[in-house]
Design a protein around this ligand. Structure first.
Ligand code: ZN
Length: 97
């Protein structure tokens, strides 16, 4: 299986889809909404973790962050701006040394 070229993006979690597109397990409490090479898929946390090579804890954390961003678009945009500013600052500092 080719996994090296597969791109994954975590979109968030949902309890509306309870079956895993990866292994076909059903009756899951929730699934992780992913873009796999730009195609939307729903994976159980176990499969998402295995597919992306992260721990389950890491996946859950990332998915919760994505949920938070979806629910708070303004705060997320503010955070992005802050991060961009910080990156620019860091860039400037790095150039000084
Ligand atoms: Zn699965």
């Amino acid at each position: 299986m080719e996994t090296t070229n597969t791109r994954y993006q975590i979109l968030g979690t949902t309890d509306e889809v309870t079956s895993c597109d990866c292994c076909g397990r059903t009756n899951l409490k929730k699934t992780v909404a992913l873009l796999v090479n730009d195609f939307p898929k729903f994976f159980g946390v176990d499969c998402a973790a295995a597919a992306m090579g992260f721990s389950k804890k890491h996946i859950t954390h990332k998915a919760e962050r994505a949920d938070w961003r979806n629910e708070n678009p303004e705060a997320a945009a503010r955070e992005d701006r802050n991060n961009a500013q910080m990156a620019a600052l860091r860039e400037r500092c790095n150039r000084m040394f």
